[in-house]
Write a protein that binds this ligand. Structure first.
Ligand SMILES: O=C(O)c1ccccc1N[C@@H]1O[C@H](COP(=O)(O)O)[C@@H](O)[C@H]1O
Length: 201
């Protein structure tokens, strides 16, 4: 069954809505240029409110590696999602110093973009539209045989989540914009998306 991650938690009420909807993962964004950016203090508060059976994923874009390692080792996040140009050495160091799962993300515009991460030493890879949190899908025809667990992201919403799961059977769906109304997480959409993922997976 494909899992589901809802990314970009910004308010305590988003966490309470997640606790009701019960996705497998929620995402905290630590990229300070991004509209979903939260501070370490907020992330600690959100983690304390989050149900223990929902894992927290920290998403980083070329962050100082010590920050990623600290948040993992402090238990603020359970997995790290590397969404920038982090190289294999960076990925390996995070894994060795934390023994926590790492997701290596890539924006997909051409087949070589998938080749960039396909043999990464990370635990998971993540395929997204270039940019992150664009609300756009990428060309799914670029996805050929992938023989490792992967997260599928980019413009997934209530209209296409079922076809994404049925067509690719990803380890997990990952979405942000599709669970929002007017730029804020929408509890009804979160609930519906989790229901569709469970029904389809
Ligand atoms: O969510 C963000 O704001 C974000 C910022 C920087 C890097 C990644 C980010 N999120 C990731 O974006 C995709 C999905 O976005 P959408 O559903 O198309 O809005 C997903 O991988 C999120 O984890």
């Amino acid at each position: 069954m494909s899992k589901i991650k809802i990314c970009g938690m910004q308010r305590a009420e988003d966490i309470l809505a997640a606790n009701k909807a019960r996705p497998d993962f929620v995402g905290f964004i630590f990229a300070d240029f991004d509209r979903h950016y939260i501070t370490e203090k907020q992330a600690r508060e959100f983690k304390s409110l989050l149900s223990s059976d929902i894992k927290s994923v920290g998403a980083f874009v070329d962050a100082p590696i010590d920050h990623v390692i600290k948040l993992l080792n402090d238990g603020v996040i359970d997995l790290a999602q590397l969404h920038g140009n982090e190289d294999e050495q960076y990925v390996r160091t995070v894994m060795e110093k934390t023994h926590k799962p790492v997701i290596n993300a890539t924006g997909v515009k051409k087949p070589e973009d998938i080749n960039k991460v396909i043999s990464s030493c990370s635990d998971f890879i993540l395929l997204d539209a270039p940019g992150g949190c664009t609300g756009n899908t990428f060309d799914w025809n670029l996805i050929k045989e992938i023989h490792r667990p992967f997260f599928l992201a980019g413009g997934i919403n209530v209209t296409n989540i079922e076809s994404a799961i049925n067509r690719f059977h990803p380890y997990s769906i990952d979405l942000s914009t599709g669970a929002e109304t007017d730029g804020k997480k929408d509890p009804a959409k979160m609930m519906e998306l989790v229901k569709l993922a469970r029904k389809t997976g």
